[in-house]
Design a protein around this ligand. Structure first.
Ligand SMILES: Cc1cc2nc3c(=O)[nH]c(=O)nc-3n(C[C@H](O)[C@H](O)[C@H](O)COP(=O)(O)OP(=O)(O)OC[C@H]3O[C@@H](n4cnc5c(N)ncnc54)[C@H](O)[C@@H]3O)c2cc1C
Length: 638
């Protein structure tokens, strides 16, 4: 506990140092040096496992190997360094976690991801593939014997795992993969085959160079009957590094980011696996050669199998808050010290933060980041419950993965541009993070498809429990344009709830009309998919707002509470301002639309005295950020 307090003290000190370092600070911004205490807010935002958190923070700060970046290395060099760093990170992980913690105490993994100070993002992806895809498959899909056999070896890296699901022909629609695992009862083995070029496993992280084992997802065939997609564990490289007989491996080559991850392609030619290599929690073949499963039919089993790997999505949602925090802490600190153009006095150039357009481009992202964080905490609570609400977890993890990864894509781009040319330098991390994390919108489930899954759940829930019918507010309500009304949580929640109710009714009606015209349900769905995707987003934003309001309510510091409330209002008013729905369906008047734009700008201005504390409270101190978050002029001395 003591070291946690010390660390938080350090954050606080660096904050004071930084704001003191800002020369020529506009008088109106002096207050920014004395806003609320960020360390207390940090403790409120990240309340669990403080000792583990501070122990890890010390490692990230002092471990020279982990702090090494990979900027400008060759493909081989980047892969080699990333793998060495991966092994070191696994050592740290081993000292603090067990793979069983994914099941017993998911909070620990959250602490690991939240506290990790990323420099080389490939390393965390390698960990993600080995630990939370390969390892989690063994843990959640394997039998007790299979857990016994592999888990220790995964932790000690005796086994380095990868995860082979995607094929050249099928990435999103993985239920239709072509790889076949046919049971041969004579030898009690599965014979794995890639029957076509499109059935080759593609993009498999770790497969091109380093992995010794993989999970193979394949269509199981037993006694001539197809039983659906199942997971198998297989060795792919021998002890001497040569590729196992029955497998061909090729390299996917250079990518637009994450080049420290060795993505590979695999084909199977009569690869023989013993009967016990089928991960058999949800279905297995007995000695008599008979297949059985506690879950039927096959598509339900498939959903359960994929659902067991939900942690990867959750980790992306937490990661998005961390990436945004790096971008925003850097860009906002820079905006207090970077000056361009003057006002009336040509000698007094203004800080970037003085410009309302600059505030507007950054601060709504800060509001989003806080908003996502509180929903992530809620999801973590669900993951830690004894009686797990699997459906709710799956839907929320999908929703937050999509929302979070899109938020990072947009936030990092804006932060990059807001730092001008400096944002483009790798050492300032933002641009590099941008290209490294871009793919998070695609893997672990493409975002468009995830929102469709969310919408499907919403539509089915709404059939059982329909939301109230949409009603536009009365004219007298639509005349209210004062800040107190527009910022009130009641107005904000009502607005997002109304948009949700109308969207549910709209999509339901569109689908019913289409089906009534005789169209097959899949065609009706596809014709309406833009509205369906939007429904996924609308639902996600409604939940996020609710959890944001609930989340901040427990914080008692008055000044910080006021800042958090500004963030809630900004989060929602920014949504209302951007979405034409509110005007189109008469939820707000044009006068209110005008007033909302004014409020967004006004709140951004009011947040200026708090925004350094708000970003410091996210936990990324100066030492873990690039030069422009610090004294960038001294850094550039010749
Ligand atoms: C760097 C990297 C690492 C990866 N690591 C792994 C790994 O370790 N293991 C693994 O198994 N896989 C891995 N993948 C694969 C990844 O999971 C897939 O790329 C992802 O699932 C998307 O599949 P796809 O690329 O085939 O895209 P597609 O499924 O072809 O999708 C292409 C586009 O079509 C859209 N689309 C598809 N279907 C619909 C629909 N019904 N309605 C509307 N739009 C639709 C999607 O939104 C998307 O924009 C990795 C990929 C990359 C790039």
């Amino acid at each position: 506990m003591e070291s946690a307090i010390r660390r938080i003290q350090q954050i606080s000190n660096s904050f004071i140092l930084q704001t003191n370092n800002v020369s020529n600070i506009d008088p109106q911004f002096i207050e920014a040096q004395n806003s609320f205490n960020p360390q207390a807010l940090y403790r409120f935002l990240f309340p669990y496992e403080p000792e583990l958190r501070s122990r890890l923070a010390e490692v990230w700060k002092t471990d020279k190997l982990l702090l090494k970046d990979s900027f400008g290395l060759s493909l081989e060099g980047e892969r080699e360094q990333s793998f060495i760093q991966f092994k070191r990170l696994m050592e740290v992980l081993r000292q603090n976690f067990s793979l069983y913690d994914l099941e017993r105490n998911p909070r620990k993994l959250a602490v690991f991801t939240q506290s990790y100070r990323f420099v080389n993002i490939s390393v965390t992806t390698l960990i993600g593939v080995h630990f939370s895809l390969f390892g989690a498959s063994i843990l959640f899909l394997g039998s007790n014997e299979q857990r016994e056999k592999y888990i220790k070896k995964i932790e000690t890296l005796e086994v380095v795992g990868c995860f082979s699901l995607t094929e050249l022909g099928h990435g999103s629609n993985v239920q239709q993969i072509e790889t076949i695992a046919e049971y041969d009862h004579n030898t009690q083995e599965f014979i794995i085959n890639s029957p076509t070029i499109t059935s080759q496993k593609y993009f498999i992280g770790g497969a091109a160079k380093n992995a010794s084992h993989t999970i193979i997802m394949a269509q199981l065939k037993v006694a001539g009957k197809m039983e659906g997609v199942h997971a198998f564990v297989a060795r792919i490289r021998n002890e001497d590094g040569s590729v196992v007989k029955g497998i061909r491996i090729s390299d996917c080559g250079v990518k637009m980011g994450l080049n420290g991850v060795d993505n590979g392609r695999l084909m199977f030619d009569c690869l023989r696996l013993p009967r016990e290599n089928l991960l058999s929690r949800f279905g297995g073949v007995n000695k008599a050669g008979i297949y059985s499963s506690p879950i039927n039919p096959a598509n339900k089993r498939f959903a359960q199998t994929i659902g067991a790997l939900v942690l990867g999505r959750y980790l992306i949602a937490i990661g998005s808050v961390a990436f945004n925090s790096v971008g925003l802490t850097t860009a906002l600190r820079y905006s207090f010290s970077r000056k361009q153009f003057s006002g009336s006095d040509p000698k007094q150039e203004k800080q970037l933060i003085s410009y309302s357009s600059h505030r507007k481009r950054l601060l709504p992202h800060l509001a989003n980041t806080y908003a996502i964080h509180f929903s992530n905490n809620y999801l973590l609570d669900l993951l830690c419950e004894k009686e797990k609400k699997d459906k709710e977890i799956h839907i929320l993890a999908s929703a937050l993965k999509a929302y979070g990864s899109w938020s990072s894509r947009d936030c990092l781009q804006e932060c990059r541009e807001a730092c001008g040319g400096q944002g483009f330098l790798s050492e300032n991390l933002i641009g590099n993070f941008k290209s490294e994390t871009e793919i998070y919108t695609t893997f672990e489930g493409d975002n468009i498809l995830l929102y469709q899954q969310v919408a499907k759940f919403v539509l089915s829930e709404s059939r059982k429990n329909p939301p109230p019918e949409y009603e536009a507010p009365s004219d007298s309500i639509k005349q209210k344009t004062d800040s107190q009304f527009l910022r009130s949580f009641e107005f904000l929640q009502n607005a997002l709830n109304a948009r949700f109710a109308q969207s549910v009714a709209y999509v339901t009606e569109k689908l019913s009309e289409s089906v009534a015209e005789g169209k097959p349900i899949m065609d009706s769905w596809n014709d309406n998919s833009p509205f369906i995707v939007k429904l996924g987003q609308v639902y996600t934003e409604k939940i996020i707002l609710r959890k944001f309001i609930e989340g901040i309510s427990g914080y008692s510091d008055e000044k910080a509470q006021a800042a958090l409330q500004l963030l809630v209002s900004l989060y929602t008013l920014n949504i209302i301002e951007k979405d034409p729905w509110f005007l189109k369906y008469g939820y707000i008047s044009s006068e209110q639309a005008e007033a909302i734009t004014v409020q967004v700008l006004e709140i951004c201005k009011e947040l200026v005295p708090h925004c350094i504390s708000l970003t410091d409270a996210l936990g990324f101190d100066n030492e873990t950020l690039g030069p422009i978050a610090n004294d960038w002029i001294s850094k550039n001395k010749f």
